[in-house]
Ligand binder design. Structure first.
Ligand code: CA
Length: 151
């Protein structure tokens, strides 16, 4: 068995390599977490549509919140979920895998952040239907890749 440090091709390498099919699940997770956090300002904006300047300042916090959630998830996954016997292959993540899982959750958040920023640049106001449509489609895309690669 050759250990694939970069991409897991064997079941025994899942959660050990830098990337595996769960990587796409983590990107999808980041998209969901960022989207849910963004609802804080979206709902507020529905009340006061001229509040975008304040809201734009919030994006960085939603991104930071997404990273914190990613770290929190890795801790829960490798302690509670593992002890409950619910973790894939009953094996803790390698340090490098855990770190990249958090980075990938961040990338998911960054995809939403970048799109929100582009919307802001283009229309000077975040068009929420477009933002959530884009996030939903991105989520579906990464989740489908995750399901397709899962073994
Ligand atoms: Ca993990």
């Amino acid at each position: 068995m050759i250990f694939n440090w970069f991409w897991a091709t064997l079941q025994s390498e899942i959660n050990q390599s830098m990337f595996d099919f769960f990587s796409f699940g983590h990107i999808a997770m980041g998209i969901v977490v960022f989207s849910l956090l963004s609802l804080i300002s979206t709902l507020r904006n529905l009340v006061d549509p001229n509040n975008f300047k304040v809201q734009k300042l919030h994006w960085i916090w939603f991104f930071i919140g997404t990273i914190i959630f990613g770290i929190f998830w890795e801790i829960v996954e490798n302690t509670l979920v593992l002890s409950w016997g619910l973790k894939y292959q009953d094996r803790a993540d390698s340090i490098v895998n855990g770190i990249f899982d958090v980075i990938l959750v961040g990338i998911g958040g960054l995809i939403c952040y970048a799109f929100a920023f582009l919307l802001y640049k283009k229309v000077k106001k975040c068009e929420f239907p477009w933002f959530y449509l884009f996030n939903s489609l991105s989520f579906i895309l990464f989740f489908m890749i995750y399901l397709a690669l899962k073994f």
